[in-house]
Ligand binder design. Structure first.
Ligand SMILES: NC(=O)c1ccc[n+]([C@@H]2O[C@H](COP(=O)([O-])OP(=O)(O)OC[C@H]3O[C@@H](n4cnc5c(N)ncnc54)[C@H](O)[C@@H]3O)[C@@H](O)[C@H]2O)c1
Length: 253
């Protein structure tokens, strides 16, 4: 097992990619703190981990709220004795160009995506330093590298996460903490389905997105989870400050 004896905290663990990561990490031997604002999703992930014989605790809250990250990380440390791996998968998009995005929506998207990454890393790093090392996996998007239309707040936030990932990698390399990002392509999760549903005629948009991948399909959350496992485990021991693209060939075009 690739994470035997390790403790991981996964934000966004109530749905989609974060849920798939939590299930895979638990199957690989990690004890998990599950973080999300969706209580039903958290309960479902926890039940699946328990059914497979794993251990997980739940921390429900908004990752962008100051104070929640410290409390969630402290609860994880109290229950499991420390923290080795942080995955910041919580995030969402609101859609819209610069002229159609309300400033409140811009702020909320940045608070959840960038703020959630900052606050959880800020709370987790001292515990990793105390352990002599750790791994942080952040979540960007292929759109932060390729660009994209009609999703300005989200794409800008994902670009900020890539920059934050690199600067954290530099700041904490001497502590044995590796920090890497994943940039998924379009992955078939509730978030992707919601983003298509924002369009008056979603089907042509959905088809164009699917066909934009060289592999002519959407990715699965489990495929992204394998990338997260690589970055969280000793298999990637010489990687830091980099971005793992899991995009079915989107960026190759
Ligand atoms: N699905 C894709 O196509 C895709 C592509 C590129 C990047 N991503 C990124 O991958 C990550 C996971 O996305 P997903 O597709 O699994 O989405 P999802 O909507 O299925 O799951 C995201 C989870 O994050 C939680 N969340 C969102 N904002 C939160 C907040 N402020 N506080 C606490 N919890 C919050 C939601 O409740 C949800 O359970 C996100 O960061 C997303 O931006 C997804």
């Amino acid at each position: 097992m690739k994470l035997a004896g390790k403790t991981a905290l996964v934000t966004g663990a109530g749905s989609g990619i974060g849920q798939a990561i939590a299930l895979l990490f638990a199957a690989e031997g990690a004890q998990i703190a599950l973080v999300d604002r969706n209580e039903d999703g958290l309960a479902e992930t926890q039940a699946q981990i328990a059914a497979a014989g794993g251990a997980a605790i739940i921390q429900r809250g908004d990752v962008g709220e100051t104070g929640f990250a410290s409390a969630a990380v402290a609860a994880c440390a109290e229950r499991f004795g420390g923290l080795d791996v942080l995955v910041t998968a919580a995030g969402y998009s609101c859609g819209g160009t610069v002229t159609t995005t309300a400033p409140e929506d811009w702020d909320a998207v940045f608070r959840a995506n960038v703020g959630g990454t900052f606050l959880f890393a800020r709370a987790a790093i001292p515990l990793m330093q105390a352990r002599g090392g750790g791994a942080i996996v952040t979540f960007a998007s292929q759109l932060a590298l390729a660009g994209g239309r009609g999703n300005s707040a989200y794409i800008a936030a994902k670009g900020a996460i890539l920059s934050l990932t690199r600067t954290m990698a530099l700041d904490y390399a001497a502590d044995g903490i590796r920090v890497n990002a994943i940039a998924p392509g379009a992955i078939d999760t509730p978030m992707l389905r919601r983003s298509f549903a924002r369009h008056a005629d979603p089907e042509p948009i959905r088809e164009a997105s699917r066909n934009r991948h060289a592999m002519k399909r959407f990715g699965r959350a489990e495929e992204v989870a394998q990338g997260a496992l690589y970055l969280a485990s000793a298999a990637s021991s010489f990687s830091t400050g980099t971005t793992l693209v899991v995009d079915g060939g989107w960026l190759a075009a």
